[in-house]
Design a protein around this ligand. Structure first.
Ligand SMILES: Nc1ncnc2c1ncn2[C@@H]1O[C@H](COP(=O)(O)OP(=O)(O)OP(=O)(O)O)[C@@H](O)[C@H]1O
Ligand SMILES: [Mg+2]
Length: 221
């Protein structure tokens, strides 16, 4: 079986789940990806004290501003909607239309940090979580529209299982034994995760094959 090399994995349109305990280096690594990817990348950030600092891109405070930024040729956008839950379904519709309008030639990327907060495991609320459904759409159909989706979470037990299963790539940083158990079926190489340098994560292909290590340059930390 063949699998992509690290460079391909980071730039192709297949989606990536980024998993690991708090303060392990996940956000920093994706901050670097946002800045360096050849894709036009849109980071769906939070406002206020949960806002991830130092995200590359033009600030867009609503969807109209995202539209304008892209129309004006912005390569990186930091989207700061009032409410990420409300914004994600609308963003999904907008990007689907955009992709269709340009015949999927736009190479886009969407980043959502703390993605479990907008795509939680459904429980009793099954069927009535538009933002989770939007994340499912990004993870299942984004690739067909040339939209890479990158979702980051500290807690694979609270992130929607379907969205997680849909990920073609899984970047894994150290995590607790309980969380390792929660994702035991994914076949991660825990020895490689443990032996990786500080702040480095191990990128796996969907079948558990190790593709390489990811670690932010210090200036993105
Ligand atoms: N490559 C690096 N070199 C030096 N320091 C780093 C590096 N990556 C991360 N750090 C430092 O480690 C801390 C945690 O990094 P980061 O915010 O990326 O982790 P995280 O996994 O996203 O954490 P959380 O889950 O809490 O959001 C930060 O203080 C950051 O400056
Ligand atoms: Mg983080």
């Amino acid at each position: 079986m063949t699998f992509p090399d690290l460079e391909t994995a980071l730039v192709d349109a297949h989606n990536m789940a980024v998993l690991g305990a708090t303060q392990t280096g996940k956000t920093s690594a994706v901050r670097e990806l946002q800045d360096k990817t050849p894709r036009r990348s849109l980071w769906v950030n939070e406002r206020g004290d949960k806002r991830v600092p130092n995200v590359a891109g033009v600030e867009a405070w609503d969807l109209a501003e995202v539209r304008d930024a892209l129309a004006n040729g912005a390569d990186k956008v930091e989207f700061l909607p009032a409410d990420r839950r409300e914004a994600l379904p609308a963003l999904r519709r907008f990007l689907w239309e955009l992709a269709d309008a340009v015949d999927r030639s736009a190479e886009l990327q969407v980043v959502v940090d703390e993605v479990d907060r907008v795509a939680e495991q459904s429980g009793k609320a099954y069927g009535n979580l538009p933002s989770r459904d939007a994340v499912r759409d990004f993870t299942s159909e984004g690739v067909k529209r040339n939209i890479k989706f990158v979702g980051i979470t500290q807690d694979p037990t609270t992130y929607d299982k379907q969205a997680l299963r849909n990920s073609r790539y899984r970047a894994v940083w150290p995590m607790s034994k309980e969380h390792q158990n929660a994702v035991r079926k994914y076949g991660f190489a825990w020895d490689a995760v443990r032996d990786a340098e500080q702040y480095a994560g191990v990128l796996h292909y969907m079948d558990g094959t190790v593709i390489g290590e990811l670690k932010a340059e210090a200036r993105y930390a």
